[in-house]
Design a protein around this ligand. Structure first.
Ligand code: GCB
Length: 628
């Protein structure tokens, strides 16, 4: 067990230092915002996209604060609350005061990375300040939050000159309470976003994707009653026998700041299910209710129900599907039926438009490709994507692997890094636990096999199970290094997983493509997904199959992969790397790469390579593996 523990308080967590070796509790350190510290997850509103909010999307003024970020950081590395956060304007007459002015500064669109909006900022990875004004009419007995869908990587937020929150992590949402700070009429918000990579960050400094900076997802103002539903979980009772006319649904609704005994109603009119339960002293209302008429969610029938939650003055209606996912031996069962996942990987980069994906149009383009491919599964690499992706997957019946960015080299020996990982995991699970499409939580990708990392990730897998016992836990494992043609995965991390993700690049980084035919894999007795495999090709480049970078060679690599994959009895899914070519600054071969990883089945401008048709056929014929 890691020498740090999270103690639940309500549904939030606080970081406490506990010396377990001495069984001696030193006490809880409620983390204060600091330059390097991660704030514990306190309030994170679930289902914000299903509430009436005031959008703060649109044009925001910005100022660049080049490294070392003199406006954001003091010389001792503290956050400076008295600089741009004050949003003052320079005196044009009288005494000299300061040298910035948001009011006349240029603007950036939010949501959106800064890199693809301003040519000079394309490679910028430092601090950038955002500002915008907004109107508010605070109402009595309400609370107001600023909700930020994601900001990469660290954010510091001030409203009307007061710091309201700090957040670390580029791919998950957070909320800052502003109730006491808002003025009737005009207000302003200033957000400093620092995209500097950190050795002790998650991910760490070396990544194979583009480090888009900025307010990359929706920003909104959310007003709720003084006691409000901040979190809920409505799912099919795990292990219940499915009877469409009498099915148990279960979960909880958490009402923040509700006195014990506050009534909560869970109502699914179409399913004939309704119950009213009371909150406990922590504001939690656990429930169990029978549905009289239920169609389970599945790729063939992605049925969603209106789920209306009410408590006091608060009310929220979500669209939720119900399904059961479990592992039995080496099989994955969806609603009791063995499945084979016909998948593909995807980064959160907008096809054609380029830049960080954030819109429904981006999601629809990606899901359009998935449909054409006859895919039923997508791995959202290597971090949580925009919530629209899960919503669209719920709608379209595509199953999802969602992961936190524990990518390759992380400071696994540092308790503070473990603390960050737990918060990111909690934020990911909390946002998406009501999405039927999500079947797998992944805790990491291609991490080095050593005891420190295995302990860190085993603890994290257990934490994921504690947070959500209804889903499967996985990780993408790399190795063993090829040793002849026998590949034995004996990574001890597999013990902590329900489903093994295996990455391999036979035919590209390792061995000639044809050798794949002769490779034999041995795995622990669990379901296996080949979670990455592939080769690069520049769209439009043609030639013989032994010529690198051609579409023909990419197809050839996959064809030999197929021979190998069909021989793995416990293979339960194929997830080629990757659906669309994506930006990666380390991919620098002129003309062939030009800053893109070219392992896509589709080029970044939407042209399908030959390999796309290969998978389309294989998936249409269901020919790559068996469900049991
Ligand atoms: C991997 C990584 C992925 C890379 C890919 C590649 O093993 O998991 O993030 O982009 O290989 O193309 O090398």
């Amino acid at each position: 067990m890691f020498p740090l523990m999270f103690i639940s308080s309500g549904r939030g967590i606080s970081l406490c230092t506990i010396l377990l070796e001495n069984a001696f509790i030193l006490g809880c350190v409620f983390l204060l915002p600091s330059v390097s510290g991660q704030q514990p997850l306190e309030t994170l509103l679930v289902g914000v996209d299903h509430r009436a909010v005031t959008s703060l999307n649109g044009e925001w003024h910005y100022l660049v604060d080049q490294s070392p970020g003199r406006a954001l950081y003091t010389s001792t590395g503290e956050i400076n609350d008295k600089s741009y956060a004050m949003n003052e304007h320079p005196n044009l007459v009288g005494k000299h005061n300061q040298e910035y002015d948001f009011a006349t500064a240029p603007t950036l669109k939010v949501p959106g990375d800064w890199n693809t909006q301003v040519p000079q900022l394309f490679n910028y990875e430092g601090v950038l300040w955002y500002e915008r004004d907004f109107e508010s009419q605070p109402k009595p007995r309400t609370r107001t939050f600023l909700h930020i869908g994601a900001a990469n990587y660290r954010s510091h937020v001030w409203v009307n000159q007061k710091r309201v929150c700090d957040h670390e992590g580029g791919y998950t949402p957070f909320d800052c309470e502003v109730t006491a700070i808002l003025n009737p009429g005009s207000n302003f918000v200033v957000i400093a976003v620092d995209a500097t990579r950190l050795v002790d960050g998650i991910p760490s400094v070396g990544i194979d994707w583009f480090n888009y900076g900025g307010l990359t997802r929706d920003v909104s103002i959310v007003t709720v009653p003084s006691a409000f539903i901040d979190d809920y979980d409505v799912h099919l009772a795990h292990g219940s026998k499915f009877d469409p006319d009498n099915t148990e649904l279960t979960g909880y609704v958490h009402v923040l700041d509700a006195p014990a005994g506050t009534a909560v109603t869970i109502d699914l009119p179409e399913a004939g299910a309704r119950t009213t339960v009371d909150t406990d002293a922590q504001g939690n209302a656990n429930f169990s209710v029978r549905a009289r008429k239920l169609t389970l969610w599945s790729p063939e029938s992605p049925k969603l129900y209106k789920v209306r939650l009410t408590s006091g003055d608060d009310e929220l209606t979500d669209d939720i599907g119900f399904r059961d996912i479990r592992v039995e031996g080496t099989r994955i069962l969806l609603n009791g039926k063995a499945i084979f996942l016909q998948g593909v990987n995807m980064h959160a980069e907008a096809p054609v438009r380029g830049g960080r994906a954030y819109s429904q149009n981006d999601a629809d383009t990606i899901f359009g490709y998935l449909e054409e491919l006859h895919a039923n599964f997508v791995r959202l690499a290597h971090y949580p994507h925009d919530e629209r992706m899960e919503r669209t997957a719920d709608r379209d019946g595509i199953m999802i692997w969602s992961e936190i960015p524990n990518w390759q080299h992380i400071s696994f020996d540092k308790p503070e890094v473990y603390a960050k990982a737990v918060v990111m995991l909690d934020e990911m699970i909390r946002r998406d636990r009501n999405k039927a499409s999500v079947i797998l939580w992944s805790i990491s990708n291609e991490t080095p096999n050593n005891p420190t990392r295995t302990r860190f990730l085993t603890d994290l897998a257990n934490e994921a199970r504690r947070l959500d016992p209804t889903r499967l836990i996985t990780s993408a494992i790399i190795g063993p290094r090829p040793n002849g043609l026998e590949m034995v995965n004996n990574d001890p991390l597999c013990d902590a997983l329900d489903v093994i993700g295996q990455n391999e690049y036979i035919g590209w980084y390792d061995m000639p493509p044809e050798d794949a035919d002769k490779v034999d894999w041995t795995f622990p007795q669990k379901p296996v997904l080949m979670s990455e495999f592939g080769a690069e090709a520049k769209v439009g480049d043609h030639g013989p199959v032994n010529q690198r970078w051609t579409e023909e060679q990419q197809v050839y690599v996959f064809e030999h992969q197929f021979v190998m994959l069909r021989k793995i009895p416990q293979l339960r899914g194929t997830v080629p790397w990757i659906l669309v070519d994506f930006r990666s600054p380390t991919r620098n071969i002129p003309r062939l790469q030009d800053g893109y990883n070219r392992k896509g089945l589709i080029s970044e401008d939407g042209q399908k390579k030959k390999a796309f048709a290969l998978f389309q056929r294989a998936y249409a014929e269901h020919s790559l593996g068996k469900a049991e």
